[in-house]
Design a protein around this ligand. Structure first.
Ligand code: C2O
Ligand code: CU
Length: 420
C-alpha cells in the first residue's frame, strides 16, 4: 500500500521449490516467492512500514544490507530474531541517496546456510537526483538486476549445504544468476543498465564481456559515484554492488554478447533492433558527503586474521554480548582495516559495515581503485593489505562489522560498534 508519504509492505520468508534444472525441482527458500525475492523499492523521503514474517521452520532475521537506519532491530542483524510463525514490524524513514541495496537473512551463526538456501533479494533506493540523471530507468526493460551466485547440485537437483560445507566459504561449479541457470536477456535498447550484486557466499567475480566490450560504472554500494568510470574488466567481492551501463551501439542486431566471470559464461545478451540512443553521461554525476578530516581525527585499527576455523576480528571471535567499539554519531574516524593473510596464499576478506556507508581513502597508502570513489559499505581487503576508510554514523545503535565471506562471518570474524 502506498500513500504520498508512506509505504506499507510485507516480506515473507518462506520455503518452496524451484525448477532450476531439467528434472526434479530444487528445494529453495525465498522472500515472497520460492527463491531469492521480489525487489523492494524504497523512495527517499518516505516512511516504510514493513511486516517481516517468518514462515520457515527455523529462526531467521531480515537484514537490509546497506540501509542507513537506527539499529539494530530495523537493521536486522543477529539482534533481531523472528521466530518461526512470528512477525516483526519495523518502521523507518528512507534517508539516503538512490542505491542498489539488498535484503538477506542474518541469524548468527547460520547466515551462510540461509543465504545458500536462497534468502537474498534486492532493495532499491530511489531519489529525485538519480531520476534526473541520463541513466536507463525502465526497470525490467533497460534497467535490470544481476544477482550473481553459485551452487552445487547433488542428487535429484538438490543443494546440500552440509555436504559442501567449507569454513572458508561454500561454493559450487554452477553459476546461478537471478535464481536461474544459464540465462539470456533480450536487449531491446541501445543502452542497458545492470545492477550487479555479488550475492555469493564466498566467490569473487571477475567480470568482462565477449570481445572486451567496454562498459561504464555509474554506481557502487552506496549509490551513484561522483564520476562515471569506463572499464572492460570489473571485479566484485562478496556483497559488493556495481551498477554499469553497457552500450550495444556497436553490436550488430542479431548478435549475442556474453558476460563472463573469467572464462565461465554467466549471461547471454541477445541484441535485437533498437532505436539509436546517443545519450552522453556528464563527467560529474553527483556530489557525495565527504566530512573533513583533521590531524586530530582518530585512527582505529581493525585486524582481520586467519582462515577457515581460525578467522578472527581483532584477535577475537564475535560475541553478541560484547560491544567492541564505540563512536559518537557525527564524529569522523579513520579506520585502518588490515588483512593479515599471506600475500601469496591468503584470501581476500570483503570488509562490511552495517548502519552506514563509508569512503575508501587508500590501499596500502596508494590511491584506491578508480571505482572506489563513491559511498561504499563493503570493500575487498587483499591479503597483506591495509585499507583506510573514513567512517561516520548518522544514527545511534549497535552495528556489526565483519568479513562478508559469509562462513567467515558465521565463524566469528565479526565485531560490533555502538554509535551513540
Ligand atoms: Cu550483508 Cu552483516 O551483512
Ligand atoms: Cu574473510
Amino acid at each position: 500500500k502506498e500513500t504520498p508519504t508512506d509505504t506499507y509492505y510485507t516480506v515473507v520468508a518462506q520455503t518452496g521449490e524451484t525448477q532450476l534444472l531439467p528434472g526434479k525441482k530444487t528445494k529453495t527458500w525465498g522472500y515472497n516467492g520460492s527463491l531469492l525475492g521480489q525487489t523492494v523499492v524504497f523512495a527517499k523521503g518516505k516512511t516504510m512500514h514493513i511486516d517481516l514474517k517468518n514462515e520457515l521452520p527455523e529462526l531467521t532475521t531480515f537484514h537490509w544490507h546497506g540501509l542507513n537506519v537506527p539499529g539494530p532491530y530495523t537493521d536486522g542483524g543477529c539482534h533481531a530474531p523472528v521466530y518461526p510463525g512470528k512477525t516483526r514490524h519495523i518502521d523507518f524513514k528512507v534517508d539516503q541517496p538512490a542505491a542498489t541495496l539488498w535484503l538477506h537473512a542474518h541469524p548468527c551463526p547460520s547466515t551462510a546456510e540461509q543465504v545458500w538456501h536462497g534468502l537474498a533479494g534486492l532493495a532499491l533506493v530511489t531519489d529525485e537526483t538519480e531520476a534526473k540523471l541520463p541513466f536507463p530507468h525502465n526497470y525490467g526493460v533497460d534497467d535490470i538486476p544481476l544477482v550473481l551466485q553459485d551452487r552445487r547440485f547433488h542428487e535429484d537437483n538438490q543443494w546440500d549445504y552440509e555436504a559442501d560445507y567449507d569454513p572458508d566459504g561454500v561454493q559450487g561449479p554452477t553459476a546461478m544468476i537471478n535464481g536461474t541457470i544459464n540465462p539470456y536477456f533480450d536487449v531491446t535498447t541501445q543502452r542497458l543498465r545492470l545492477r550487479i550484486l555479488d550475492g555469493a557466499n564466498r566467490r569473487e567475480w571477475r567480470l568482462h564481456f565477449s570481445d572486451d566490450l567496454p562498459f561504464t560504472q555509474i554506481a557502487s554500494d552506496g549509490g551513484v559515484m561522483p564520476e562515471p568510470v569506463e572499464f572492460t574488466h570489473l571485479m566484485l567481492t562478496c556483497a559488493e554492488r556495481a551498477e554499469i551501463i553497457v552500450d550495444f551501439g556497436k553490436v550488430t542486431p542479431g548478435h549475442t554478447v556474453t558476460l563472463y566471470s573469467d572464462d565461465v559464461p554467466l549471461v547471454r545478451f541477445r541484441v535485437h533492433d533498437f532505436e539509436t540512443d546517443d545519450t552522453q553521461l556528464p563527467d560529474h554525476l553527483v556530489d557525495i558527503p565527504n566530512p573533513d578530516v583533521t590531524p586530530d581525527t582518530p585512527v582505529r585499527k581493525v585486524v582481520m586474521s586467519g582462515m577457515d576455523e581460525a578467522v578472527m576480528m581483532d584477535g577475537k571471535k564475535f560475541e553478541m554480548q560484547r560491544i567492541d567499539a564505540r563512536q559518537k554519531v557525527g564524529n569522523v574516524e579513520l579506520w585502518d582495516v588490515t588483512n593479515t593473510n599471506d600475500m601469496d596464499a591468503g584470501m581476500v576478506h570483503p570488509f562490511h559495515m552495517h548502519g552506514t556507508q563509508f569512503l575508501v581513502l587508500s590501499r596500502n597508502g596508494h590511491e584506491p581503485y578508480a571505482n572506489e570513489h563513491g559511498l561504499k559499505d563493503t570493500v575487498g581487503v587483499n591479503p597483506g593489505e591495509t585499507v583506510r576508510i573514513k567512517v561516520w554514523f548518522e544514527h545511534t545503535g549497535v552495528y556489526m562489522y565483519h568479513c562478508h565471506i559469509i562462513e567467515h562471518e558465521d565463524g566469528g570474524m565479526m565485531a560490533q560498534i555502538e554509535a551513540y
